[in-house]
Ligand binder design. Sequence first.
Ligand code: SAM
Length: 284
Amino acid sequence: MRIDIISIFPEYFSPLDVSLIGKARARGILDIRLHQLRDWTHDVHRTVDDTPYGGGPGMVMKPEPWGEAIDAVIADVPEGVQNAQSAQHGQSAEDAQHAQDAEGAEGAARRESAGEDGAAGRAAAPRLIVPTPSGRLFTQEMAVELAAEPWLLFACGRYEGIDARVMLEYGRRLRLDEVSIGDYVLAGGEVAALVMIEAIGRLLPGVLGNARSVADDSFAPGAMRNLLEGPVYTKPPVWRGHAVPEILLSGHHGKIAAWRHEQAVLRTARNRPDLAARNSASTS
Ligand code: SAM
């Protein structure tokens, strides 16, 4: 999977060099490319914000640098996707590149949104994710959906957000999702993008040592959909007088699975009554 990130603070993304995601990058499972939004400004101060129309406090991110930055990123179609397109159209990779250069990103995106390129055409443009507190709530279900995409582009806003015309423009040309990571307000989209990239990245084949652990996670599609995972234990069997529940030492897989499910239901009822209510609604 390729992920492009546009931000005025690319250095915010250094955590993507470590742990699971860092290893996935080193192994070529994840290709993450950082872009400085200010590289697409043309004034001496590299200005990306201006005062809001209609008045009010704070600053709004200007549309021009965002437009140039997103156009540049989407024009840089990944190698594998180009080849898939050329094969489909019976062209050489070089011919496909020339045709694409002549047409420009805008034409390609227009064809893409008109559905002219089929699956390869859709894959040839990234899915654009704009973190914002006013977006749809990010969930495990959305992480699973996004993990199936070949190419994501995160546009990280700051200040009072990005001029709405940017979303209007790219909502027409790309598949665009405005996504919130929760009901609180951060200072910028960088941390939200990090959260989503980690949730998506760990779902990619080969990233986790044991793929089964994903299916047992809280919120995992399937049996855990509206459930929180219950408590987990490791050795020693007794620590500071606290013993591991007997059932987990029994070796009886059926009874252990039933106990874990019971614990998940109890924990969900205690910590997330909203999820528990969804469970009882779906079973009634
Ligand atoms: N004035 C905006 C509002 O009330 O909706 C908040 C802007 S916030 C200070 C600046 C940026 O932080 C946003 O453009 C967005 O990129 C990011 N952000 C803040 N909270 C977020 C959240 N809960 N989820 C995703 N992104 C968030």
